[in-house]
Design a protein around this ligand. Structure first.
Ligand code: BGC
Length: 382
């Protein structure tokens, strides 16, 4: 990745996204309090098109999600299904168990059973070219959801959070907490990012790395494992157990003698969980700063318990609402709302995108962000 160029371009995107946002940053609480995010509706956020069309008559929409294993995708799927149904569409929602052939065959079925629009969160950005050629031939529109689908000219739109900004916020948090501008250091840091097949992982990594790189260069931040480049710090499948075993090895080789680890940059909550598990089992020094993303329930509990320092809240209700607007515009033959037309080139050209704004979360603001907004109940976090 040509970092400098990407960061210049993406900084502009950050500013744009900050100005535009993605609907309201704190959605209104659902009536009567929410059981779970799946109960949240677009109407609650005031975002979805009015549900004037009788049930299912707007046409069929295929929604392809990567896995049920991670909490966020269940929320994404449920929110989208509910909001699309309320807008009058028939929804075919499928989860692919993080298995690419399963996702491909589910999408084939969606096309053959008459979907007009596909909303896809790809397991691997590069593996859907052939099936999406079929979609294009059948006149089916494609929205890449959260993760960009690479090297396919069948992708019409991309709806996501500002992925570079996610990384920036994580990097800035570490910079500010360690007071890297003023403190003498040196401080020890380790880095964990996501799956190499997920285009987002590179943006998260780059956003954070651009913030911490100067301090690594001047020696104020030290990566004792020596594992810094994207390929070295990627976590296959974003899996907690993979992050955990890599952290086990890093501790054994570098921190078993009581050497202090000051910070662990984790791109998301599933990797943060693996790092936390490993530290609990193997590390005896002062607890490091740990970043995350998604505000998954176990991680919010860890934040409350002081085991994870921060997370990034990406309100799946907002992303779903934005995606429903895109679907609605496509179905009605109009232009979908976008706010970025330069940063997400999937190899065939720039994909018109809508970037929602990710929000910083920690033990201090989680009540306002997550409970008052109806995203979780108090009981969810006990
Ligand atoms: C998403 C993150 C998520 C990760 C693992 C990424 O593409 O943007 O929110 O934590 O995948 O599922």
């Amino acid at each position: 990745m040509k970092k400098k160029i990407i960061s210049a371009v993406l900084s502009a995107a950050m500013v744009a996204a900050m100005l535009v946002g993605c609907g309201s940053s704190t959605p209104a609480a659902p009536e009567g309090g929410a059981e779970a995010p799946a109960d949240a509706t677009a109407a609650e956020g005031g975002e979805a098109p009015a549900a004037e069309t009788p049930a299912g008559e707007g046409g069929r929409v295929g929604v392809s999600m990567p896995t049920k294993d991670l909490q966020r995708w269940n929320q994404d799927g449920a929110n989208m299904e509910k909001q699309l149904q309320e807008a009058g569409y028939e929804v075919d929602l499928q989860y692919a168990s993080d298995d690419v052939p399963t996702q491909v065959s589910q999408i084939e079925n969606m096309i053959s059973s008459g979907a007009k629009v596909l909303v896809i969160a790809a397991i691997e950005g590069d593996s859907l070219g052939t099936v999406l050629d079929q979609a294009k031939q059948a006149g089916v529109s494609v929205i890449a959801y959260d993760r960009l689908i690479m090297n396919s000219d069948a992708v019409n739109y991309y709806a996501t959070f500002d992925n570079y900004m996610v990384g920036t916020k994580q990097g800035e948090y570490i910079r500010d907490q360690l007071d890297l501008e003023n403190a003498k250091g040196p401080f020890n840091i380790e880095i964990f990012t996501g799956d190499p097949g997920d285009n987002n992982a590179k943006f998260f990594y780059q956003g954070a790395y651009d913030v911490i790189e100067p301090y690594i260069k001047e020696g104020k931040l030290v990566v004792k494992s020596g594992q810094v480049e994207f390929d070295k710090v990627a976590t296959q499948g974003w899996k907690t157990e993979n992050a955990q075993s890599r952290m086990d090895a890093i501790i054994a080789a570098n921190y078993a003698d009581g050497t202090k680890l000051d910070a662990v940059l984790c791109s998301n909550d599933s990797t943060a969980l693996g790092v936390t598990n490993s530290l609990e089992a193997n590390y005896t020094g002062d607890w490091p700063i740990i970043t995350g993303q998604d505000c998954d329930k176990p991680n919010v509990k860890n934040m409350i318990a002081g085991k994870q320092s921060m997370s990034i809240f990406k309100d799946t209700r907002e992303l779903a609402a934005q995606t429903v607007k895109m679907v609605d515009a496509i179905m009605k033959g109009g232009e979908a709302p976008i706010n970025n037309e330069k940063d997400y080139n999937n190899g065939t050209g720039v994909i018109p995108s809508y970037l929602c704004e990710p929000v910083f979360a920690d033990a201090k603001n989680y009540k306002t962000l997550l409970i008052d907004s109806g995203y979780y109940t108090e009981d969810d976090l006990k």
